[in-house]
Design a protein around this ligand. Structure first.
Ligand SMILES: Cc1cc2nc3c(=O)[nH]c(=O)nc-3n(C[C@H](O)[C@H](O)[C@H](O)COP(=O)(O)O)c2cc1C
Length: 307
């Protein structure tokens, strides 16, 4: 199968999930499925996107922003050409697995169905927060190991041609629509409040290169943040000197990579990290992992295999 994954990713989590899809799809070659996977990162800096008509299976990935899909992802769906009944799946990453996030794809699914995309599955992969607070290393390791298991399971299902009912209801669309509208317009307005702290900034220009919306410009050594911000957090998360001030969200800033592939090998970090008696904030994750354990067990997949 020729597979294309179109991915929007602010700080690399959804891209890392896309890379897992590539890894597990291509590994299936050993069992006879000759898969090749291309990944296209959605950004104003990327060249023209590969034509979905040249592929057998299409994956579309995005991070959940305020229970919705981010603006560049929705706009990308609008830009996609029409196809004839192409098998398509959606994968989304977010900082917690609450079912309140379930409606985030409603708008994109509506656009895609109209263009002939046959939505056969939607998967939600929990990854460490890139905003609000930083997950500790053990929690991030836990998330990343489960991401491996869940993506591996999904690749097997897609290889077998399985499809599932992807729910889309008028009520869900109506619930999510105003939040998406507010998020989109607020991000643009608020983006100009971002600033580079001149005392910390080393003028490396990483933020300018990272921004998927080309929203950061430099004039006379001064960094200017324009009106096209989509709050992806790529600039402030990736800044090597933690020099970017993020306006009203200053207490929610997360800076610096989680180094997920190093964490997975760190034997000093307990795994599993979220036992059934987990307390405090970790209670929010129990249901997601309980449901994941059930599905993995049914598929005969042992999560410890991915450590
Ligand atoms: C503006 C913004 C809003 C977010 N809203 C949510 C949310 O509603 N629910 C959630 O679980 N995570 C939320 N997150 C966390 C991200 O979805 C999560 O960290 C995701 O894995 C980031 O993916 P990326 O690195 O591909 O951008 C939000 C992050 C940002 C920056």
């Amino acid at each position: 199968m020729k597979i294309i994954l179109y991915v929007f990713s602010g700080t690399g989590n959804t891209l890392a999930v896309a890379e897992l899809y590539k890894k597990f799809f291509e590994a299936a070659r050993d069992s006879g499925a000759a898969n090749t996977v291309d990944i296209y990162r959605i950004s104003k800096n990327s060249g023209p996107f590969p034509n979905p008509n040249d592929y057998d299976l299409i994956g579309l990935g995005y991070p959940i922003h305020a229970f919705c899909a981010p603006e560049p992802f929705i706009d990308f769906c609008k830009d996609l050409p029409s196809v004839q009944n192409k098998r398509t799946f959606i994968f989304k990453s977010s900082g917690e697995g609450l079912h309140i996030n379930d409606c985030s794809s409603q708008k994109s699914i509506k656009i895609l169905i109209k263009k002939g995309y046959d939505i056969v599955a939607e998967r939600h992969i929990v990854m460490p927060y890139n905003m609000i607070y930083r997950h500790n290393d053990a929690m991030a390791k836990h998330m990343w190991i489960y991401a491996h298991a869940l993506v591996d399971m999904h690749c097997r299902e897609l290889n077998e041609g399985k499809r599932e009912k992807v729910k889309r209801t008028f009520l869900k669309t109506m619930w999510i629509a105003p939040i998406g509208f507010i998020e989109r317009h607020f991000s643009h307005l608020h983006g100009t409040a971002f600033k580079a702290d001149a005392k910390k900034c080393i003028n490396c220009g990483k933020c300018v290169k990272t921004c998927p919306e080309n929203n950061i410009t430099v004039k006379d050594g001064k960094y200017k943040f324009g009106h096209n911000c989509v709050l992806c957090m790529g600039c402030s998360f990736g800044c090597p000197k933690d020099a970017i001030k993020i306006g009203l969200f200053k207490y929610w800033k997360v800076n610096g990579s989680y180094r997920l592939n190093e964490l997975i090998k760190d034997g000093n970090l307990a795994f599993p990290y979220i036992p059934d008696h987990a307390k405090g904030i970790y209670r929010l994750y129990k249901k997601y992992y309980r449901e994941s354990d059930k599905k993995l067990k049914e598929a005969g997949i042992d999560v410890k295999k991915y450590i």
